[in-house]
Structure formats: C-alpha cells, structure tokens
Ligand binder design. Structure first.
Ligand SMILES: NC(=O)C1=CN([C@@H]2O[C@H](COP(=O)(O)OP(=O)(O)OC[C@H]3O[C@@H](n4cnc5c(N)ncnc54)[C@H](OP(=O)(O)O)[C@@H]3O)[C@@H](O)[C@H]2O)C=CC1
Ligand SMILES: N[C@@H](CC(=O)OP(=O)(O)O)C(=O)O
Length: 355
C-alpha cells in the first residue's frame, strides 16, 4: 500500500475545520499531521481550543494535538494543506503557503475569481486541474499549487446543471432560489433571535457569488485560461432559514436548444457520472446525483447525509411554465458544500499524480 500523505488543516477549530477533522480522522490516503487556527487557539491542545459542535466526538488521534499558528514554516512537512480559514485572513495566509511551495485546497472565497486558480467542484469540473502545470510555471513552483472549492450553494447547483448541460447542451437562463442552513454562517453565526421563527431574505455577497461562480465552473479551460460561459444568464435569490445543515434550492432552467421532457431530464440526472467516481476516489459518492421522485423530497433533515453528504439529491422535476424545466435540490453545505469538496478534490489530485 502507498504511504499516506501528511495533511495540515488551517482554521481547524471552525465549522468547516471540524468537518475536515471528521472526514480525515481515519482516511486511507491522508493522515492529519498539523492543525492551525488563530492566536486565540495556537499553543492549546485541540480539545481545549475548539468549541466542538459535531455529533461524533473529537477523534482520539486529534484531541491532544497542539494547535499551531497559521505560518507556512509550521506546515512544511505537509503534503497537502486544507484551509477552512475565515475569509478575512485566508488571502494572505494561503498566499504565504503557496509561495512556500505547499499544496493548498481552500474553502475561502478570496482566490475563486483568480484567472490562474481553478474553482473545482469535484463531481463537476476536475478537468480544470489541467491548469495546474501552468499555475506552477507562473508561480515558479515545483510542487505547490492552489485550488479553491466553490460557495456551498453554487456547489449544489452546478452538479445537476452539469448533468443537464452534458445531456441537452447549453442553458440560456438559470433562476435559483436558496433556503440556506445556519451552519453556512459559521459559529456562532446568525443570532438565534434573528433566525428562530423566521426567514432572513438576504445573505451578503451570496447571490453574486452564485451567479459568477456557476459560469466559471461550467465553462471550459484550454490549459492556460478558463473560458467561462458567456451565453448563460444566472439569477440567484438567497435566504437563510432555521435549519442546521443542508441548503435547499429551487431551480428553473431554459435550454438554448429546446426543452427536454421530464423523463429525459430524470434519465440524464440518474445516468450522470463524474471523473471523481471513475477514478474510484475514497470520498466519491456512488452517485453524484441521487434522484428522489417522492412528491415532498428532497428535505434537509432526511436527505443531507445521503452517501456521506457527498451527493446532491434532486427531486420534483417538472415543466416550468416560464422557462423550460424546474426542480428542487439539496446539498450538505459543510460536506460537499465545503470540507468534503476539498477532500475529494485532493483525492482526485493524488489520482492524477499532482501530489
Ligand atoms: N460554513 C460553510 O458552510 C462554508 C464555509 N465556507 C468558507 O470556509 C471558511 C471557514 O468557514 P467557517 O468554518 O464557517 O468559519 P468559522 O468562523 O467557524 O471558523 C473560522 C476559522 O478561522 C480561524 N481564524 C480566524 N481568524 C484567524 C486568524 N487571524 N488567523 C488564523 N486563523 C484564524 C478560526 O480560528 P479560532 O477558532 O482560533 O478563532 C477558525 O478556525 C470561510 O472562508 C467560509 O466562507 C465555504 C463554504 C461553506
Ligand atoms: N455564505 C455561505 C457559506 C460561505 O461561507 O460561503 P463562501 O465561502 O462563498 O463565503 C452560507 O452562508 O451558507
């Protein structure tokens, strides 16, 4: 068996960091080697630094690790560094790590728009790893590179859209309305007096991110640059609802080349397979899309943990009287929508020989 890769986790005490720890605790390829967080946590044992909010306990091999400052020197032995850092600090820290020839998989928004940084949803566009040799050339790196994963709501959206794009060609119009879980805003996140018995019809910056990230992810790449979609209009409305985990999204699409039938849409969703699955990666879901035809599904509480939280559940496919087809989807926002994407992206990078 190949030796395992040593991994570091930045932002290890946060909501996404805790997910990283659970996903990596007994991983066959990656071994947790170093944990980083702010100066509030550095120097403490992990169990004393973290406000652990997961149903499973802190893994035994992690609870007594000493949390380090997020300085590249402290992580130089790591083959892979996962970042769940607060976006206010992620930009400088991740750049320091990249310049130190480290491999970084980031959840933060800071570099998603960078024309040299792939924005990868692992069950959608792992072909964008093709840009890594070029990124290494321009950064003069032999080993290091930087990959970002997408906003959690964008992640859920692009998986079924990719299946529809592959089957029926380009989409000219996409309307999406999200109902997002509170874990998406970290801890302590939205005040309880704002969210209990309520829905907040605004999440700062979220709609813009969904609109442009979708076109970068579903667009192409020529090995040196991304070719975002130019003929697809995306309009997003994002809301916060009193659910702990799992973003529910209502989507309507219009196709450039005519409207497929509901049956054909279901078939395309059911048959969709991504490269991460064909590479047999450990964290890849059996199905990138789980179709549920029950009239009242998907639902956050019932569907978010499907296939380890790495699958997107789609249901309620029906004709749209305004556009062509509409449906509902559910994505686990802190698994596939965050840490799970990074881990699966890293597994794909190992399979492609990039790490
Ligand atoms: N939650 C979600 O569903 C998603 C989140 N993301 C992104 O992932 C990132 C993390 O989000 P989330 O886990 O929710 O955030 P949290 O607020 O829960 O955690 C933030 C982490 O960053 C650390 N941190 C804060 N300031 C510093 C600093 N100055 N130096 C080093 N470390 C610091 C914190 O350490 P300490 O405990 O010591 O303060 C903590 O570990 C964000 O960029 C977010 O936008 C992306 C997709 C989905
Ligand atoms: N804004 C998302 C979570 C998040 O942090 O997204 P991003 O990484 O795009 O800032 C949510 O509230 O559910």
């Amino acid at each position: 068996m190949a030796p395992t890769k040593k991994v570091g986790i930045l932002g290890a005490t946060g909501t996404v960091g805790q997910r990283f720890i659970l996903l990596l605790a007994d991983h066959p390829v990656f071994t947790i080697h170093a944990l980083g967080a702010s100066s509030r946590s550095a120097g403490k044992a992990y169990k004393d630094a973290v406000k652990w909010k997961q149903a499973k306990p802190i893994p035994d091999n992690v609870e007594n690790l000493t949390v380090k400052a997020c300085i590249s020197e402290e992580f130089k032995e790591c083959d892979v560094v996962f970042s769940g850092l607060d976006a206010d600090v992620a930009g400088d820290i991740e750049m320091d790590f990249l310049k130190s020839n480290l491999v970084v998989f980031s959840n933060a928004k800071n570099y998603r728009r960078d024309p040299t940084v792939p924005l990868i949803v692992p069950t959608v566009n792992t072909n964008h790893f093709d840009l890594i040799p070029y990124q290494r050339t321009i950064n003069k790196q032999t080993k290091g590179f930087l990959i970002t994963n997408a906003n959690c709501s964008t992640t859920g959206l692009v998986v079924p859209l990719k299946a529809l794009q592959d089957a029926f060609g380009p989409m000219s119009h996409i309307l999406v309305h999200t109902q997002q879980a509170i874990s998406g805003s970290g801890y302590p996140g939205v005040p309880s007096l704002d969210i209990l018995d309520n829905i907040v019809p605004y999440i700062s910056g979220e709609e813009e991110k969904m609109e442009w990230e979708t076109s970068k992810i579903l667009g192409g790449s020529d090995g040196k640059q991304f070719l975002p979609l130019t003929d697809t209009i995306v309009s997003a409305t994002c809301t916060r609802v009193p659910v702990i985990d799992g973003h529910l999204e209502s989507v309507s699409v219009k196709f450039a080349n005519g409207c497929p039938s509901v049956e054909d849409v279901y078939k395309a969703l059911e048959e969709y397979t991504s490269e991460a699955q064909t590479l047999d990666c450990y964290s890849a879901p059996k199905q990138a899309i789980s179709v549920n035809k029950a009239a009242d599904r998907p639902q956050p509480r019932l569907d978010r943990d499907m296939d380890k939280g790495q699958t997107v559940t789609v249901g309620r496919v029906r004709p749209c009287p305004v556009l062509d087809i509409k449906f509902m989807l559910l994505v686990h926002n802190t698994v596939l929508g965050a840490a799970g994407s990074s881990v699966l992206n890293a597994e794909v990078a190992v399979a492609k020989g990039l790490i």
